[in-house]
Design a protein around this ligand. Structure first.
Ligand code: ZN
Length: 106
């Protein structure tokens, strides 16, 4: 018997948030062998987590959720410091590029 859908959605969202840490973290190869992205803690990368969430709520909603999580993390960071863009890139590798490719205004 599988978990209730509500629980599955919460888990998928949690995994996605985990891929956007609020501070420096360790990234390594995504656990999905077909994926070339980096993932926090060697788990599944944000893109793979987004696809997993998409299976539950639809890929458009999942992509929007992922973009929103990234924006919140950047906002949190901005509120806490006066970091320059290259410093943000160091702490959140790929986030600004990913937001741009999603068409999200930064
Ligand atoms: Zn991946």
């Amino acid at each position: 018997m599988s978990d209730p859908k509500e629980y599955q959605i919460r888990q998928a969202c949690h995994h996605l948030w985990r891929q956007h840490p609020s501070g420096a973290s360790t990234f390594s190869a995504c656990s999905n062998n077909d994926c070339v992205n980096l993932a926090r803690g060697g788990l599944f990368c944000a893109e793979c987590c987004t696809k997993d969430l998409g299976k539950l709520v639809g890929i458009e909603m999942a992509r929007e959720y992922n973009a929103t999580v990234m924006r919140i993390r950047l906002m949190e960071h901005e509120m806490q410091s006066d970091l320059k863009e290259d410093e943000v890139d160091e702490i959140f590798p790929g986030t600004r590029d990913a937001l741009g490719s999603l068409g999200v205004k930064q």
